[in-house]
Design a protein around this ligand. Structure first.
Ligand code: CDT
Length: 307
């Protein structure tokens, strides 16, 4: 019997600083309803989908940023999204800033099943940007100040009759993210992102932002025989232009759906999970062809060592 998930990638346009959480949740609910009308089983929202991308500003006292974080999920303000999803019988994946009861700050995604139950929670592993204020920049990317890297790594969950994985934004640029999930039999990876088009440390990369976005997700999908759903918060947010180009990538590495705007936009695809086997049981039969005995450096060192 073929297994098919119809997945929606619910790209968001910008969320400005002044936009209320209630207003944002209403946008998410509208996209969820649109996904339901298109028979989606699951809809994926971007990284930090409830707020503006606040790491673009530095505050001396980090507790002054507490209002950007969620201390519970669901929360009173996100409950309408959970209620509507359960009513419609559609799952979702939502990115948000998490502040734990013991004061830890994570960039987090949660996966919710069709019955409203939380399947799993993923906390971002690769935290890009900088730790300190860099006032000479046109805008900050102080994720390393606002979030600590997860020590939990990349899990894979049985949900939606599939092996589901999650990663967040910068994680998609690292082959290890996909491979750790590939080694757990992942069949669909859900990834929200906020990618400013202007890369301050090396502006020569700006014109390649879309190319690199597709390059990493297409190769990650192909090399691990998995679906990848990449979902942007795009457009001009507080003066910073961010990449749209949300996409759904097949295990072949082919893009099967792609957003055309940088605004709120739903794209969707019927994803045949058995397509994964065509790659994981042939060219990328890990058990048959991988050589972990010569990959030791991957986990024993971080930076380059020249001997
Ligand atoms: N949110 C996030 O991880 N964004 C990064 C931007 C580049 S690093 C400043 C990304 O990898 O898309």
């Amino acid at each position: 019997m073929t297994r098919v998930i119809t997945v929606g990638a619910a790209q968001l346009g910008p969320i400005q600083k002044a936009d209320s959480r209630e207003n944002v949740v209403a946008r998410l609910v509208a996209l969820l309803q649109q996904a339901h009308r298109n028979d989606c089983d699951l809809v994926v929202f971007p990284e930090l989908a409830l707020t503006t991308f606040f790491p673009r500003w530095f505050v001396e006292n980090i507790s002054d940023a507490d209002h950007w974080y969620e201390t519970s999920m669901p929360s009173p303000v996100t409950q309408p999204l959970f209620d509507e999803a359960k009513k419609l019988g559609i799952g979702f994946c939502l990115g948000y800033a998490e502040l734990t009861a013991d004061g830890h700050r994570f960039n987090t995604q949660v996966l919710v099943e069709k019955d409203g139950s939380i399947v799993g929670r993923y906390r971002k592993v690769h935290i890009p940007g900088h730790e300190h204020n860099e006032p000479d920049r046109p805008f900050q990317h102080a994720e390393r100040y606002y979030f600590e890297p997860s020590m939990e790594g990349f899990g894979v969950w049985n949900a939606f009759s599939a092996r589901m994985g999650m990663m967040i934004c910068n994680d998609r640029r690292w082959p290890e993210s996909y491979r750790v999930m590939g080694l757990q039999g992942v069949e669909m990876i859900l990834c929200g992102y906020n990618t400013p088009i202007h890369y301050v440390p090396d502006p020569s990369q700006d014109s390649l932002a879309g190319f690199h976005n597709a390059l990493v997700m297409q190769s990650g999908a192909y090399q691990n025989g998995t679906w990848v759903v990449g979902v942007a918060k795009g457009g001009i947010e507080e003066g910073v232009d961010s990449l749209g180009q949300s996409m759904i990538v097949a295990p072949s590495g082919q893009i099967v759906a792609q957003a055309l705007t940088t605004d709120d936009e739903l794209i969707f695809a019927r994803c045949d999970l058995d397509w994964c086997d065509r790659y994981t049981k042939t060219l990328f039969d890990f058990d048959r062809y991988r050589r972990p005995e010569v990959y030791g450096r991957i986990t024993s060192q971080r930076g380059v060592v020249e001997e």
